[in-house]
Design a protein around this ligand. Sequence first.
Ligand SMILES: [Zn+2]
Length: 75
Amino acid sequence: MDCKDLVEKLYFYLDGEVLTEEERRAIEEHLALCRKCCERYEFERLLWDMVRHNGQNDHVPEALIARIEGVIAQF
Ligand SMILES: [Zn+2]
């Protein structure tokens, strides 16, 4: 698994149901080794939680959006 594969599968991973056991393990191994993807994962997870818990489409803090965009721009 390389960084591109991981980014493509990250949302499935966050969703927690779509991937096979093997794919999940490959993602976890990559996250443990690759700091860049690990950081991205942390941000995506944060965003994911926010979307899930705020079904109302509440205001997302601008500082958080800026940080997420900064991380995404590294790819
Ligand atoms: Zn990576």
